[in-house]
Ligand binder design. Structure first.
Ligand code: G3P
Length: 216
């Protein structure tokens, strides 16, 4: 499974990229606002740090506006992935932009039928938001499983990009189901390395090593 990091914080992206832990980056208007940075400048900087797909979201709500913004965003760098919302206009923009060779991430997906339409429109990635479904007492991981089955039934090539991931458990669940990508906040990616028995084991080894009086 590929890991994308869901942030517009350049410092975090550089750190995870240097560690070899990420294959791409996703941003959205909320994350750009949180960074306090100029949208196009920060996307250009991220594209230079990570060679994988970098999602940059359009803000127009009509297809023509999305297509215009998508074309403009693609001029920033060749790894820009245009992110469009899952609306009929978004699907129309997806069809046009992928026809021009763009990578398109269709976002704000909350149902299997929406994902089916995104695949038909030629989306490169579909982003089902699992945490936001959990927030309203629905099982977000169930949606990932449904989309996996539907895409496999018809050999759709659209990649399932599990988004709105909040916990390490979400990561394990979507990996078991077979999501192609998980996009996670930096803290969730780092938390995957943590285990209390690892910490306890290190503590024990260090204490025993000290008793030997040796150095390496
Ligand atoms: O980038 C979209 C998605 O990952 C947002 O997550 O936590 O705001 O629902 P969240």
């Amino acid at each position: 499974m590929k890991f994308f990091v869901d942030t517009a914080e350049v410092k975090d992206i550089r750190e995870l990229q240097d560690m070899g832990l990420i294959d791409g980056v996703t941003t959205n208007p909320s994350l750009i606002a949180k960074s306090g940075r100029n949208f196009k400048e920060v996307i250009a900087e991220i594209c230079a740090i990570c060679p994988g797909p970098i999602s940059a979201e359009v803000v127009s709500l009509d297809a023509d506006g999305m297509i215009r913004e998508g074309r403009d965003l693609r001029k920033i760098a060749s790894n820009v992935t245009v992110k469009v919302p899952l609306t009929l206009d978004g699907l129309k923009a997806c069809k046009t932009l992928t026809g021009e060779g763009a990578m398109v991430n269709v976002t704000l997906c909350f149902s299997a039928n929406q994902a089916l339409l995104a695949a038909k429109a030629g989306a490169t990635f579909i982003s089902p938001f699992i945490g936001r479904l959990d927030d309203i007492h629905q099982d977000g991981t169930e949606l990932i499983a449904e989309i996996r089955q539907i895409y496999d039934n018809y050999a759709y090539e659209t990649e399932i990009l599990a988004a709105s991931i909040r916990t390490p458990l979400h990561v394990k669940q979507v990996a078991l189901i077979g999501a192609d990508v998980a996009t996670c906040p930096p803290a969730v990616i780092k938390a995957l390395a943590k285990h209390p028995l690892t910490d306890k084991g290190i503590e024990q080894f260090m204490a025993d090593w000290k008793k030997t009086g040796q150095t390496i």
